[in-house]
Write a protein that binds this ligand. Sequence first.
Ligand SMILES: O=C(O)CCC(=O)C(=O)O
Ligand SMILES: [Fe+2]
Length: 320
Amino acid sequence: MSNSVSYPPEFRPLMSEPTEPEKSTEPALDRIKDIDIPVLNLEDLDMEKLIEACKDWGIFHLENTGIPLTLMSQVKEITESVLSLPFEEKRTLFGVNSPLSYYWGTHTVSPSGKAVTRAPQESSGHLFEGINIPLASLSRLLPLSCSDPKLESFRVVMEEYGKHVTRIIVTLFEAIIETLSLELSGDQKMSYLSELTGVIRVQRYPQCTESPGLEAHTDSSVISIINQDDVGGLEFMKDGQWFNVKPLANSFVIGLGDMMQVISDEEYKSVLHKVGKRMKKKERYSIVYFVFPDKDCMFKSSRYKPFKFSEFEAQVKLDV
Ligand SMILES: O=C(O)CCC(=O)C(=O)O
Ligand SMILES: [Fe+2]
């Protein structure tokens, strides 16, 4: 397979050859039910619909976000091109000396932006790889990227993308806070949505005969903004059942994270989600922006003992 060299060696025996587009006899997503999740319009937010989306679903599409379509194409293009670099090159480029980190196998979703990686053989064959991009590091990439035009484009495009997603999240978060009738000071709001701790994660799931994508989890973020490609495969749990999130062009998938559950005093719950079984269709890409609070941000709620975000983060790592 031509691009197999760009994948970790452990993946290669489990990957399938590129195939013709799938015949209708083969279910693309292994009989998980499709369901229409709410679609919110950022330009004209319907507050009632937003309440329903947060309360009953924890996951929804967001459209009309004002991101230029050209930027979306650039993000897709550069992500694909960087992830398609040879495996060893990615390890070197995004190794110990880089603010970015390359991971593969099963990662546990850790808020620090550092993924905990295990080899896929030990972990029931979850096949995916990705690069963590701490938002704060984007401007520090410059020295690294000078010698590599591809990395420089990656930095520039991701920085621009980061600005847009931050803008979108601020608007959305303010609206969610309004639905909860919470009065937050400007500082408090900003410490929930810290740009210092935000992480963009670009991920690739190989084409393979049959393998789980990413195991079921909730994100420890406040909000996650997922940009999944048209291959689909994102699934979430509602009322004890798994459902597919059908890709919707030119929109994002918004997922509520654990910290939103705390901020809202469990009025809104974080959404349990995973990437389902991959069939031998095509590679899948996703780009996720995790909004995390400041490390020192205090959480007080009637249902939890007061805690600092850094304490929660440490507990997540321990549980892992
Ligand atoms: O790849 C996706 O669509 C979702 C990834 C995800 O849930 C995560 O990285 O936390
Ligand atoms: Fe997630």
